[in-house]
Design a protein around this ligand. Structure first.
Ligand code: ATP
Ligand code: MG
Length: 563
């Protein structure tokens, strides 16, 4: 069991509403098999919210023997880039999923253009010359109907001619748009003649300068789903008002009836979750990059040491809600503990070391002791660690004037050194400033672990042999923000004001000599016993390994914030 087990694994969970819909569709024969899609816009790196969507789309398809397409929603040439396409593919693969087809909305530009012509011919679309602002004003308000554009009754022939000329580059950006002709008094503002195409003389990352008109999201998305034969198009709640428009295009064009379903987006405490804000954090230097281990990006949490298994477990625990909510980030941390507890190797590391000398231990003597690699997994075996007269222990494990229930080391007090002996603190050595630099102890040889000695002490601490360990840099991370509900920060306030100044603390530590070997055996983080899980950072050099604390062993945050 992980130390903090406030969340219990659910027994058999009941179906979520999407599973219910899919099972009904399969049972009724509406669909023989299901096809979902994950549709990122390649304008940034994916975050944990996207991971939720990936796990949901791919997970549903897996569960019901269907398939999932990866579709890049690249209809906005200005912000999109191939760099992002590559990182998105890497992230989806890392999460453990493979897509049936890699598609791009831009693959469909020809078809979408043909369908726009079809709508014009049916009298369902027209070219509007009004500037953007007039179009906006003409839409009216929720409480007030809009007004028809003076160009709304153009003939089919004139619309066909103007739209072809928009495409051939005759007009400047913003000079004309193509709009659907629906209803300027529709209670749903999105149906008041939405824009289908705008002119943008911009280079596209895939189609180059072939096009100077680009379809709008609403026009492109449903049709792209339909072209691919997507059966269940799953998106976040804010798109529910778009659904009538999604359906309108499919109905008028008489194409494959993809259906859209909405679920609540993932929000996490102490986290901002929008590509725009994450980009700002990178650009302002608030973090070191997209893959800074404090970032909620997939590449950030990967570098931090999170495993794909833990993210999938998290997505499952979060479930599928129909109402917006904010998930406690400690659930994410619980999931990674749960996974790593079973699989991570244990090692000794001493963060913030203090010297311990065993005065009655023979100088020059070294003992090889057996240490368990993972108590949760006997197959992980044991390793040898070397014990000697001069050791390091954590400064936190010693107190000169301890409170009553301090069961670690203090003057006159005994503690067990894990896998080794019981030692007793006899005296301390201080520097000129009065701080303790060395703890001097004696040991009792008959207390060696596993030697059948019945004597018990309350505390056990870990240690390292002073001559048999290496220095390492350790990066201790904390919440990136100080505010739990970043979504409720007042409009206009700069969320960057809520950055936690202590979100990164770099310390030097001592680690077991063969620590790199532990990492070579698998890319998993290692448990530094009694401290937390730590992943080897790519900044490591052969002289000095660098470790990122993935997560502490216990949910210290929850207990502190309750006080
Ligand atoms: P952001 O607002 O962070 O920029 P986005 O919605 O614009 O995200 P897209 O690339 O358009 O990003 O999203 C791809 C898919 O991921 C969409 O289906 C979207 O609904 C889903 N998604 C994005 N953010 C979340 C989230 N927080 N929770 C669940 N799904 C999400
Ligand atoms: Mg988007």
């Amino acid at each position: 069991m992980a130390e903090n087990s406030t969340v219990q694994a659910a027994p058999e969970r009941s179906l979520n509403f999407l599973e219910e819909i899919i099972e009904a569709d399969l049972a009724s024969g509406k669909h023989k098999s299901i096809l979902t899609r994950f549709p990122p816009e390649p304008n940034g790196y994916l975050h944990i919210g996207h991971a939720k969507s990936i796990c949901l789309n791919f997970g549903l398809a897996q569960k019901y023997g269907g398939a999932t397409n990866l579709r890049f929603d690249d209809t906005n040439p200005a912000k999109e880039d191939t760099e992002y396409v590559d990182s998105i593919k890497q992230d989806v693969r890392w999460l453990g999923f493979s897509w049936a087809n890699e598609r791009y909305a831009s693959d469909y530009f020809d078809q979408l253009y043909e369908w726009a012509l079809a709508l014009i011919r049916k009298g369902l679309a027209y070219v509007d010359d009004q500037p953007q602002e007039e179009i906006r004003l003409g839409r009216g308000a929720v409480t007030r109907p809009g007004t028809d554009s003076p160009y709304r009754s153009r003939s089919v022939a004139e619309n066909l001619d103007l739209f072809a000329r928009m495409r051939s580059g005759e007009f400047a950006d913003g000079e004309k748009v193509l709009r659907a002709k629906i209803d300027m008094a529709h209670p749903n503002m999105l149906l008041r003649d939405p824009i289908l195409y705008r002119i943008l003389h911009a280079e596209h990352h895939r189609t180059g300068s072939k096009w100077c008109i680009y379809p709008m999201y609403d026009y492109a998305h449903g049709e792209s789903d339909s072209i691919e034969g997507i059966t269940h198009s799953i998106c976040t709640l804010e798109f529910d008002v778009h659904r009538p428009l999604y359906d309108w295009f499919i109905e008028k064009l008489e194409i494959f009836p993809s259906r859209q379903y909405e679920f609540a987006r993932l929000n996490l405490t102490y986290t901002v979750m929008s590509k725009r804000k994450l980009l700002e954090l990178v650009k302002s230097g608030s973090v070191r990059g997209w893959d800074d281990p404090r970032m909620p990006t997939i590449c950030g949490i990967r570098r931090r040491g999170y495993t794909p298994e833990s993210i999938r477990l998290f997505a499952d625990k979060v479930g599928v809600a129909k109402r917006d909510n904010v998930i406690d980030i400690s659930l994410l941390e619980w999931c990674v503990r749960e996974d790593l507890n079973k699989r991570a190797l244990r090692r000794f590391a001493v963060i913030n070391p203090i010297r311990l000398v065993i005065t009655n231990y023979p100088e020059g003597q070294v003992e090889e002791l057996d240490a368990t690699n993972n108590p949760e997994d006997p197959a992980a075996g044991t390793r040898k660690i070397r014990f000697s007269r001069e050791l390091y222990i954590e400064r936190e494990d010693f107190m000169e004037n301890p409170p009553k229930k301090f069961f670690r080391l203090a003057p006159g007090q005994e503690v067990r050194l894990k896998y080794a002996y019981i030692v007793r603190c006899e005296e301390v050595v201080k520097d000129a400033d009065g701080s303790v630099v060395e703890v001097r102890c004696t040991y009792s040889p008959e207390t060696r672990s596993g030697g059948g000695n019945p004597r018990q002490v309350k505390g056990t601490i870990h240690w390292l042999s002073a001559g048999r360990c290496r220095a390492a840099e350790v990066r201790l991370f904390d919440r990136l923000f100080t505010e739990s509900h970043m979504d409720s920060i007042p409009e206009g306030a700069d969320y960057k004001n809520y950055l936690n100044p202590d979100s990164l603390k770099t310390v030097t530590a001592r680690v077991e000599e063969a620590i790199d070997g532990a990492y070579r055996e698998g890319a998993l983080p290692v448990q530094f016993e009694r401290t937390g899980y730590f992943a080897l950072d790519p900044d490591s050099t052969s002289e000095k390994p660098v470790f990122n604390r993935t997560v502490t062993l216990k949910d210290t945050w929850a207990s502190i914030s309750k006080k």
